[in-house]
Design a protein around this ligand. Structure first.
Ligand SMILES: CC(C)(COP(=O)(O)OP(=O)(O)OC[C@H]1O[C@@H](n2cnc3c(N)ncnc32)[C@H](O)[C@@H]1OP(=O)(O)O)[C@@H](O)C(=O)NCCC(=O)NCCS
Length: 285
């Protein structure tokens, strides 16, 4: 039976830690540029909650990156290499952060996870919030322009006119920020939807994901009448489908659309490695 021990992470562990992340995470924390950069930053700024699990032969089996804030501890990342799983190593790493928190008088530990909810539940964490993301698979179904609507790309010159349409400056600024984020990479995904008489019903903006361009996510949506929101979203689905993308993703909540609306229209809970529903977990120590 292999024995494991926990110790503080050192700068010389970074390459082994990145290799564990590469081979462990389903989600994007697997990416070397992301996890490597963040861990080095944490080694520079605050390493009190960075721990390693190693075998009695000195091989790295897993790691945890946590941090102590004023009133709570946060688990940023935890991973155990597949060949050392289900032997309690993940639990030992969690405990190391929890003990550090207790020492400082902190009584709450929090984390967010797409795929490891059962792991946290095993160690007494409760799900306190679900940040739902949903996906529409655009392949294998019929997708057309919603009846009676016209779709066109938003031109730069139309921004002032859309301030009048949206009516609230802060709301419009959120729109404009999303517009310029998509300006270079996805100009055709900033759309304005009118009825046949040219009356504007709403606007939507989508952006293809950097990590997987098969996925486009909704970055902004506004409908003058809330009951038109689904039609505006369907118009974006048409544009995204017509460029050959595979998925359209949204993060809830969206005013005017419920989870049930989306489910009825064929949307599903998001469980892609680069787009997922997030479970917020909390434990009282
Ligand atoms: C989650 C993880 C750290 C658990 O490590 P571990 O050393 O196997 O954990 P433990 O042995 O202490 O506990 C195992 C429990 O985790 C859960 N679990 C097992 N495999 C899992 C997996 N692939 N993903 C999530 N949870 C898992 C089960 O509830 C299991 O309990 P059981 O052994 O009684 O069935 C490890 O599976 C992993 O690295 N997963 C990928 C990375 C990840 O999802 N990290 C957390 C999200 S940020």
């Amino acid at each position: 039976m292999m024995k494991y021990r926990i110790r503080q992470m050192k700068p010389s562990d970074v390459s082994s830690v990145v290799r564990i992340a590469n081979q462990s995470f389903l989600e994007t924390a697997r990416l070397g540029w992301l996890i490597g950069y963040r861990i080095v930053q944490r080694l520079m700024s605050n390493r009190e909650c960075l721990f390693i699990a190693e075998t009695d032969r000195g091989d790295l089996a897993g790691f945890v990156v946590g941090e102590l804030k004023d009133d709570k501890a946060v688990i940023n990342w935890i991973a155990v290499h597949p060949s050392h799983r289900s032997r309690g190593v993940g639990g030992m790493l969690l405990k190391a952060v929890e003990e550090k928190a207790r020492e400082k008088g902190i009584r709450i530990v929090e984390t967010g996870t797409p795929f490891a909810r059962p792991f946290y539940e095993k160690y007494g964490y409760k799900c306190v919030d679900i940040r739902r993301s949903m996906l529409l698979e655009l392949v294998g179904r019929s997708i057309s322009i919603p009846k009676g609507l016209r779709i066109r790309t938003i031109m730069l010159e139309e921004l002032p006119m859309l301030l009048d349409f949206i009516g609230d400056e802060n709301e419009w600024l959120r729109f404009a920020a999303a517009y310029f984020e998509a300006y270079e990479s996805d100009p055709e995904k900033a759309i304005l939807i009118t009825n046949k008489d040219g009356e504007i019903l709403g606007v939507a903006i989508g952006r293809s994901e950097k990590i997987c361009s098969e996925l486009v996510t909704l970055s902004y949506i506004f409908a003058k009448k809330k009951e038109d929101t689904m039609k505006i979203l369907n118009s974006l689905a048409y544009v995204v489908s017509s460029r050959g993308h595979r998925w359209l993703g949204v993060k809830l909540p969206i005013a005017g659309i419920t989870e049930e609306h989306l489910e009825r229209a064929g949307w599903q809970d998001a469980r892609l490695p680069f787009f997922w529903t997030m479970y917020r977990m909390r434990k009282k120590l």
